[in-house]
Design a protein around this ligand. Structure first.
Ligand code: ZN
Ligand code: ZN
Length: 266
């Protein structure tokens, strides 16, 4: 019953509230009609997106879309480089750049997919020397999500990036059924939920290969960590993460006891 209820809610959210964004000539950020020269954003939303992707990284001082800084949890899992376009602000869903991810996930807008693929390809070309020797892999989404949206947007995006860069896209990773939807879980539950979720598909040879691992948003990093583990176990030489956006540290959901502590400290 719980699951059915969730599904109904989700469908309402996807098709009710955002139906205007389905229209291919509408700005993906605000739903306004696009002018001929505009790609997926109107001029106003484009400015938000540009500002987010050009914001300086506090570690390397490069613009966010040219920064390949990783984070502790990923570095520990031997993902020392992370290509990303911007920082995802989970509490501001309405931001045009967040809507970009929403449209890719839930609406079959090929123009949005092409836009993201070309932005990520550009970031890879700029950030990763000798990217041509890489193969590309992705962590497949769960059955429930695919059922709900009708397709695996990460798989589609991966194929488009591989085409644009002229590198091989491997269906390297399989996913076991079950588990909860990551989005609803706390940081630690996410790690636990993903543990052992993936496996290397039969007949896939990644020994000695450098691999780009594609995902949409890095929150806890649990998905990338688990997928990278499978790739390394299969003999991959190196894994570079490639995501549309990474949450800032402050966007991670803290366990309740910490949030209370933070509040009383102020
Ligand atoms: Zn707009
Ligand atoms: Zn950086």
């Amino acid at each position: 019953m719980g699951w059915l209820g969730n599904t109904a809610d989700k469908l309402k959210r996807i098709f009710g509230g955002a139906s205007r964004f389905l229209y291919p000539d509408a700005c993906v950020g605000c739903g306004e009609l696009l002018l001929r020269h505009e790609e997926v954003f109107c001029m106003a939303c484009e400015r938000f997106y540009a500002e987010a992707s050009e914001r300086e990284c506090a570690r390397c001082f490069r613009p966010r879309s040219r920064c390949i800084c990783s984070r502790k949890s990923l570095e520990d899992a031997k993902i020392p480089r992370l290509v990303k376009l911007f920082t995802y602000r989970a509490r501001q869903v309405d931001l045009p750049q967040n809507q970009l991810i929403f449209a890719l996930k839930h609406h079959h807008r090929s123009d949005v997919r092409t836009f993201i693929a070309s932005e990520l390809s550009e970031a890879i070309r700029e950030g990763i020397p000798r990217y041509e020797r890489f193969a590309l892999a992705y962590a497949p989404r769960g059955d429930r999500s695919i059922l709900l949206d009708g397709y695996d947007h990460i798989r589609e995006l991966s194929r488009e990036i591989s085409k644009e860069l002229g590198i091989t896209c491997l269906d390297a990773i399989g996913r076991r059924r079950g588990g909860e939807i990551q989005k609803k879980l706390s940081f630690h539950d996410r790690q636990r939920n993903m543990l052992g979720r993936f496996y290397l598909n039969d007949g896939v040879d990644i020994k000695g290969k450098s691999v780009f691992l594609i995902d949409d948003v890095v929150t806890s990093g649990a998905t990338l960590v688990e997928a990278a583990r499978v790739l390394y176990e299969g003999g991959a030489k190196e894994v570079v993460g490639v995501v549309i956006a990474a949450t800032g540290r402050d966007e991670l959901r803290r366990p309740r006891r910490y949030s209370i502590k933070y509040r009383t400290m102020k």
